[in-house]
Ligand binder design. Structure first.
Ligand code: PLP
Length: 297
């Protein structure tokens, strides 16, 4: 299993990878990023991730290298690492400069690509379901730092996860400042009630998850009616099933929310149906996309 780093197009071993301490990503979290994973060696829905990266960068007025350049660097890193399935993290910082908040003083964007073998979440989490807590810390309001921007500034999610882990839970669910459910610390959230699949609307202030969008698209195929709806903790606590979704998790069942047991306290049948459907979609997608992705430009 090989890990590789690519900085502005130059491939290197992780131990040799260096970013200047004056980089604004390090100093201020002044950066954007994406995490993609491969199926059958092909980065899953890469276009959707790159579109989100472009939206995040535009919101921060941060210039990105051209999309074709990012894809070429990603391909060469994946090829060189040669893992059966890969995790790739694509980070673009505003670059280096003097120590001042002023973003106009940055030199030029710096792109760092981290590629390693994909490490799936532990099997027990899917077999037994996980325990999630709602810590005191809240998600940023959209008017402060819009959570739809996937930036290097993840401190409130970091603190939320820390609070949850110290209290003995596996993950954290964040509310907005009005107490409405937003999302997990690095995932989106879904509740099943009867034949309905519920998730908070984007307007609540949350990351527009690629997996979230796919689960909404696939809901009908597993007999669920999808609704984007404002939710409170009590709505989740009385759900039949609760799931977290993300690129790396796919669909992960939640069986406890603080003191509340969700449904029967075990992963439910709707979870299994959606997890299978999503996985099958990913493999079909990868088979169809492989030739196009690897074709030389
Ligand atoms: C805050 C947050 N919400 C949701 C997600 C899930 O997004 P995706 O399905 O695109 O991985 C992530 C992924 O990292 C995240 O960091």
């Amino acid at each position: 299993m090989t890990s590789l780093v690519c900085i502005d197009g130059e491939l290197m071993e992780p131990a040799a990878a260096r970013v200047p301490v004056f980089d604004r990503g390090f100093l201020y979290g002044d950066s954007v990023y994406e995490v993609v994973r491969t199926y059958l060696g092909v980065p899953f829905h890469l276009d959707r991730h790159l579109e989100r990266l472009e939206r995040s960068a535009a919101a921060l007025e941060l210039a990105l290298p051209p999309r074709a350049t990012l894809v070429a660097w990603l391909k060469s890193a994946l090829r060189a690492a040669g893992n059966p399935e890969s995790y790739a993290r694509l980070i673009v910082t505003r670059g280096s400069g003097p120590i001042t908040l002023d973003p106009t003083t940055a030199d030029r964007p710096r792109t760092v690509l981290l590629v390693k073998a994909l490490e799936p979440y532990p099997a027990w989490m899917y077999a037994q379901g996980i325990k999630v807590s709602v810590p005191a810390i809240r998600r940023n309001p959209r008017a402060a730092l819009d959570p739809s921007v996937k930036s290097g500034n993840y401190l409130n999610n970091v603190l939320a996860l820390g609070q949850a882990r110290r209290a003995g839970f596996d993950d954290a669910l964040l509310l907005d400042i009005r107490g409405r459910v937003t999302e997990g610390s690095s995932s989106n959230v879904f509740a099943v009630r009867g034949g309905s699949l519920l998730t908070p609307p984007l307007e609540t202030g949350l990351l527009h998850g690629v997996t979230r969008a796919l689960v909404l698209e696939l809901a009908g195929q597993v007999g669920l009616q999808a609704h984007e709806r404002e939710l409170e903790v009590a709505d989740l606590a009385r759900a039949d099933e609760l799931w977290l979704t993300s690129t790396l998790r796919e669909v992960l069942p939640v069986v406890r929310l603080d003191e509340a047991t969700i449904g029967a306290g075990a992963p439910g049948p709707r979870y299994r149906a959606m997890a299978e459907r999503l996985h099958a979609h990913a493999l079909d997608w990868a088979r169809a996309a492989a030739a196009d992705f690897w074709r030389e430009p």
